[in-house]
Write a protein that binds this ligand. Sequence first.
Ligand SMILES: C[S@@+](CC[C@H](N)C(=O)[O-])C[C@H]1O[C@@H](n2cnc3c(N)ncnc32)[C@H](O)[C@@H]1O
Length: 226
Amino acid sequence: MSKTIEVFDGWAERGRAEGMEAGHKPRAQAALDAIPLESGQRVLDLGCGNGWAARWLREQTGPGGSAVGVDAAPLMIERARAQSEGVAGVAFEVALFEALPWGAAEFDHAFSFEALYYAVDLPLALREIQRVLKPGGTLTIGTDFYEENPHCHGWPDMMQIPMQLMAEQGWIEALETAGFKVEKTFRCLDSRPVDPEWPAEKQASEHEFRTKIGSLALCAVSVQSD
Ligand SMILES: C[S@@+](CC[C@H](N)C(=O)[O-])C[C@H]1O[C@@H](n2cnc3c(N)ncnc32)[C@H](O)[C@@H]1O
């Protein structure tokens, strides 16, 4: 885990949290829009990076609502806090998916984009998320790293940290084992043109990813009461 934290602290220092915000947001929006948010609710963003999704979730829940972002990397949380100064109802904590620092049934919804596959113990992380969600609470996950996306299979060699590659069916089974019912899955596409400055091969693979493959989104509901 310490290597994962070191890598993402380094990304935060080099401005890559904002790069992820710009890169992920256009695809993540379809997943965010699938969360049945209501005014006054409390929402958790897992692996929040610079906190862009937590701030958006906060806005949607009205004056009585709140959002909390968690991330293992202290420098990501530092950036998230700095960028949220003066925003009421949003908070950020350094914590692991596998040991969430909250009691049972504290959140109405949980969201995670491009993060849960870094869990060193995904079954434990999903059980922890299920524990802090109210019965009937939702978990919405978006991931670019999944078996059916051939363009991501080389990432673990590049990253050199633990990453769990699973197919859509593997995600569904992992969620169901942790006490969730998967209500729907879909792909989030991205209509932005790719950067013409990139090498031709990268342009072609990114174009295929954005227009045909997309991020895998899974929308699940907590169905187990303990
Ligand atoms: C690829 S980034 C995505 C950040 C953000 N969700 C976004 O889309 O911009 C993954 C984040 O998950 C965090 N992370 C990885 N493993 C974690 C764990 N076990 N517990 C908590 N956070 C973790 C990393 O520190 C990193 O900031």
